[in-house]
Design a protein around this ligand. Structure first.
Ligand code: UDX
Length: 442
């Protein structure tokens, strides 16, 4: 079966690789020539476990990548649209890439006379009602072909996570299909049951519900994180309290569940911050409000300041102090620093004249593009810790977990550790002379 994928960013490339590896013929399209040239060298433009191995296997066989959208539309029965929908400065979603792509697709559809029913599947995260109130009218204006008769558009939001994208694509907990058309419903259900087998969980619903499910899902998860971070901030002030113990206990209640209860410096990445603000913007435009989600956002924005407060509780004056940051990416197993807490914390520390050294297994090249010469980039943890007055752990990378307390004591001028991700059992560090380790939420 011939499938098109438009937009080869994080979601689009992961989808393309997994589909191609399962034997489908994928025509991937992007407008970014540089990105495609990297992919055509069998390399992923971003770090993601397993993706390079799959690219090596499928590229120029079941996966072909170029900028020819017209050919992609002509040859494909189903076209997945995975283009970015970044935030505008007012928090609303920028739908320009999506609109341009759909407009071009409708123009190309006009030229095709083979009588095949094509389905455009929107995977990009978009505000509710976008497909029916904006995309469908736009496509109608640009093609003489009829929606629902000659072609159709449906919603199929993507839930994969960075760092485990391939596994998430191979084992989705749910496939949401939003369509108001029986033929589309049948074809897309058939596509996914063939791809995954009959055991895959599919939810068929309306287009607007599918759009709302994605925003609600990410908003709920972000709220769970801000909730536990709020509890952690309270625990920080109560002697003997520990957010990890509280999270473990409440996570055992099956009605709550243990996931997304890890307190930390705040959520980042390309989805949660953007989707929470995008949903709030949508809700406001409808004349409603959602105070609980406003608090989720507010708590998250304040999290870097909570970490700065912890640093200041041990280093009263930051001016001129050497501060080591371990971990820059927004979470482990990715080089992505979009909306990473590390950027906000480094900026705050620089404002107060701290001297910053950083180490991260993957994200240094991306961090350099933001901070250039303003900070020192260290290839090893040892270099990063040398002569430091304070070390802050911001990402839970596995290699940081193996650092022994003696190493901090040996290398640092002043061994103060602020463990914002709780990767260490700070109790074990208690008896080491002249050593201070603070775990966030304890
Ligand atoms: C998220 C959603 O999980 C995914 O379904 C959606 O498609 C895209 O957005 P992703 O951004 O890749 O995926 O990362 P995720 O693992 O969900 O983590 C997001 C942020 O929350 C990270 O900064 C992470 O460190 C933080 N987080 C997560 C916590 O602070 N505590 C937790 O318990 C879980």
């Amino acid at each position: 079966m011939n499938i098109g994928v438009v937009g080869l960013g994080f979601v689009g490339l992961s989808v393309s690789c997994v589909f191609a590896n399962k034997g489908l013929n994928i025509h991937g399209v992007d407008i970014d020539e540089q990105k495609m040239s990297i992919i055509n060298q069998k390399k992923s433009p971003f770090f993601e476990p397993e993706i390079n191995e799959i690219l090596d296997k499928v590229l120029n066989k079941s996966l072909n990548v170029n900028s020819n959208l017209e050919k992609c539309v002509k040859e494909s029965e189903i076209i997945f649209v995975c283009v970015g929908t970044p935030s505008n400065s007012d928090g609303s979603s920028n739908l320009n890439y999506l609109k341009n792509t759909c407009k071009d697709i409708s123009k190309f559809l006009n030229k095709i006379q083979d009588g095949k029913f094509r389905i455009i599947v929107i995977k990009s995260t978009i505000p509710p009602q976008t497909i029916e109130t904006e995309i469908m009218p736009l496509m109608k204006q640009n093609t003489s072909k009829q929606i629902g008769v000659d072609f159709d558009i449906c919603s199929n939001p993507e839930f994969l996570k960075e760092g485990s994208a391939i596994n998430d694509m191979l084992n989705p907990h749910l496939v949401v299909i939003g369509t108001n058309n029986e033929k589309t419903k049948y074809k897309i259900n058939n596509f996914y049951t063939k791809l995954y087998s009959d055991s895959v969980n599919i939810m068929n619903t309306t287009i607007v519900n599918a759009e709302l499910i994605k925003y609600t899902n990410n908003s709920f998860l972000a709220t769970k994180i801000s909730f536990i971070n709020n509890i952690a901030n309270i625990c920080n002030k109560i002697p003997g309290a520990d957010v990890e113990i509280i999270a473990e206990a409440i996570g055992m209640d099956p009605r709550i569940g243990k996931m997304f209860l890890k307190a930390g410096p705040g959520y980042g990445g390309s989805c949660f911050p953007k989707d929470v603000v995008g949903f709030l913007n949508f809700i406001k435009l409808q004349g409603f409000s959602m105070p609980i989600l406003e608090s989720t956002h507010k708590i998250n924005q304040n999290q870097p300041l909570e970490i700065i407060k912890m640093i200041k509780s041990k280093l009263s004056d930051i001016d001129g102090k050497n501060i080591s940051i371990l971990g820059l990416s927004f979470k482990k197993n990715t080089d992505d620093i979009r909306e990473a807490v590390s950027i906000k914390i480094v900026n705050k520390l620089l404002e107060q004249n701290a001297k910053i050294k950083v180490n991260d297994p993957m994200a240094i090249p991306n961090f350099k593009q933001i901070f250039n010469e303003k900070i020192d980039y260290c290839d090893s943890i040892e270099d990063c810790l040398k002569d430091s007055d304070c070390c802050v752990i911001l990402t839970e990378w596995d290699n940081f977990k193996n650092i022994q307390p003696e190493m901090f004591v040996k290398l640092m001028k002043n061994p103060i550790i602020i463990d914002a991700r709780r990767i260490f059992d700070v109790n074990k560090f208690k008896d080491i002379a002249d050593f201070t380790a603070l775990g966030y939420g304890k």
